[in-house]
Write a protein that binds this ligand. Structure first.
Ligand SMILES: Cc1cc2nc3c(=O)[nH]c(=O)nc-3n(C[C@H](O)[C@H](O)[C@H](O)COP(=O)(O)OP(=O)(O)OC[C@H]3O[C@@H](n4cnc5c(N)ncnc54)[C@H](O)[C@@H]3O)c2cc1C
Length: 384
C-alpha cells in the first residue's frame, strides 16, 4: 500500500469520473494532487452510458477523447418514436464538431480510461479512505479521514457525489425540490431480434416512455418510467416494456438482464460552488433527471476548467478564475437541470395528453431549427 501524503497542493475527494478527470487535469498541469475514495475499488457498473460531443471536445484537454471514442458506439441519430412511426429525428451527424455523434460507452469503461490517464500522468487513487471533516484557514484546508489521517491541501475539490459530505460540511447549501413523484426502471439487456445498433430510440408510446440505447458488446440499455419500479428488473419485466412500448413490426426477445437498477429524480443545485479553498464538482453541486443523459457529462465538462483555474491560483496566486468557474458552472447547471426537467415532463406526460404531445412533436419535427436546437442542447455543442 502506498503511503498517504499528509500535504498536497490539491486534495480531490471522490474518484468517480469527475474526481478522476479533475485530478488528471491538475496532474497534466504539473501539480501535486492526492485523490481519496471511500470504496475499496472503483465501481464496475454501466450507470451513465452516454458521453456527448461537447464532453469529448472538453476531454481533449486531458488527452482521453480519442481513446474513449474508440471504445464506444457512435450513435449518429437520436430518434423519438411512437411505435414504428418516427416523430422527431435528431441528427448528431450534422453538428459542427469532430465528434458528430453521441458516444455510448458504459461508465466503468469511462472511469478506467480516466484512471489510466491519471496514472500515466503520475497520479493515483488512495483507497479506502472516507473524508469525514473539512476545515480551512487563510493558508490551507485540512481534511480528516476515517483512518485518523489528516491531509493539508491548498485547495480541496469535493467530487464526492450526490450525497457529498464535503458540500454539507463546507456549508455550500443544496436547494431545490425533493424527489419528483416518478419512478424509473433501468435494465441493460441482451436480445434476439432486430434493434438498431447505432441509434438511440426514445419511444413515446401510449402506455409510457421507453429509452432503447445500444451499448458496446451488443447489449441494450432500457429505461422506462413505471408506476412501481422493481428493485431488480427481470427478463419478463424487460420483455413487457419492449412489447408494450417498443417497436411493433419487429419481434425482439429479451434473453438476459445483465444489470438493472431503479431510481427516483431529485432536482437540486448547491447555492454556491466555492467556499474559500473548497470547490464543488460533478454530482456534488447539482442533481437532476437523467433525461438527455446530462449528469456525468456536465461534471466532466467542468473538470477541465477547474483544473485550469486551480493551476492559475496555485502558480500565480490569482483566484478570479476560481470564482468564474463557480459562477459559470452553477449557471450552466441551472440550465441543464431545467432542460432535463422539460424533457422529463415531456416524456412522462399524463396518458390523456400523449396523443396531442405526439402530434405536436410530429409537426415541430418539420422545422429544421427545432431539430437542430435539440441536437445542440443534448450534445451541449450549443453551450460552447
Ligand atoms: C443507476 C444509475 C444510473 C445512472 N445513469 C445515468 C445516465 O444514464 N446518464 C448520466 O449522465 N448519468 C447517470 N447516472 C449518474 C452518473 O452515474 C453520475 O452523474 C456520475 O457518476 C457522477 O460522477 P461523480 O464523479 O460526480 O460522482 P460519483 O460517480 O458519485 O463518484 C463519487 C465518488 O466519491 C466517493 N465518495 C463519496 N463520499 C466520500 C467521502 N466522504 N470520502 C471519500 N470518498 C467519497 C464515492 O465512493 C464515489 O466513488 C446514473 C447513476 C446511477 C446510480
Amino acid at each position: 500500500m502506498n503511503e498517504l501524503a499528509d500535504r498536497t497542493e490539491v486534495l480531490v475527494v471522490g474518484a468517480g469520473p469527475v474526481g478522476l478527470a479533475v485530478a488528471a487535469s491538475l496532474a497534466g498541469h504539473g501539480h501535486d494532487v492526492t485523490v481519496v475514495d471511500r470504496q475499496t475499488t472503483g465501481a464496475n457498473t454501466s450507470r451513465a452510458a452516454v458521453v456527448h460531443a461537447r464532453t469529448l471536445e472538453m476531454l481533449e484537454g486531458i488527452g482521453v477523447s480519442k481513446r474513449l471514442a474508440e471504445l464506444g458506439i457512435h450513435a449518429r441519430q437520436f430518434s423519438i418514436r411512437d411505435g414504428d412511426r418516427e416523430l422527431v429525428p435528431v441528427r448528431f451527424d450534422r453538428l459542427p464538431t469532430e465528434y458528430p455523434y453521441t458516444l455510448m460507452v458504459p461508465q466503468n469503461i469511462t472511469e478506467k480510461v480516466l484512471l489510466d490517464r491519471l496514472e500515466e500522468l503520475g497520479g493515483r487513487v488512495d483507497r479506502p479512505y472516507v473524508a469525514t471533516t473539512v476545515s480551512q484557514t487563510a493558508d490551507d484546508a485540512e481534511v480528516t479521514l476515517d483512518s485518523g489521517d489528516v491531509i493539508k491541501a491548498e485547495y480541496v475539490v469535493a467530487a464526492d457525489g450526490m450525497n457529498s459530505t464535503i458540500r454539507d460540511l463546507a456549508g455550500l447549501g443544496f436547494g431545490g425540490n425533493g424527489a419528483l413523484s416518478l419512478s424509473f426502471a433501468l435494465a441493460d439487456v441482451r436480445v434476439e431480434g432486430c434493434l438498431p445498433g447505432d441509434e438511440v430510440l426514445l419511444f413515446f408510446s401510449k402506455p409510457g416512455m421507453l429509452v432503447v440505447a445500444p451499448l458496446p458488446n451488443g447489449s441494450f440499455r432500457l429505461v422506462a418510467e413505471v408506476d412501481d419500479a422493481p428493485e431488480q428488473p427481470d427478463v419478463a419485466f424487460a420483455q413487457r416494456l419492449l412489447d408494450t412500448r417498443g417497436p411493433r413490426r419487429t419481434t425482439v426477445r429479451v434473453t438476459e438482464v445483465i444489470w438493472g437498477s431503479r431510481f427516483r429524480i431529485h432536482e437540486r443545485v448547491a447555492n454556491q460552488y466555492r467556499a474559500g479553498r473548497v470547490l464543488l464538482a460533478g454530482d456534488a453541486p447539482p442533481t437532476h433527471s437523467p433525461a438527455g443523459g446530462q449528469g456525468m457529462n456536465l461534471g466532466l465538462r467542468d473538470a477541465i476548467p477547474i483544473g485550469e483555474a486551480l493551476s492559475v491560483a496555485l502558480r500565480e496566486g490569482r483566484e478570479e478564475q476560481l470564482d468564474e468557474y463557480a459562477a459559470d458552472s452553477r449557471a450552466e447547471a441551472l440550465q441543464v437541470v431545467a432542460l432535463a426537467h422539460r424533457l422529463t415532463r415531456l416524456a412522462t406526460a399524463p396518458p390523456a395528453a400523449r396523443p396531442l404531445r405526439n402530434m405536436v412533436l410530429r409537426l415541430l419535427a418539420h422545422v429544421p431549427a427545432f431539430r437542430r436546437r435539440l441536437a445542440e442542447q443534448l450534445s451541449a455543442i450549443g453551450h460552447r
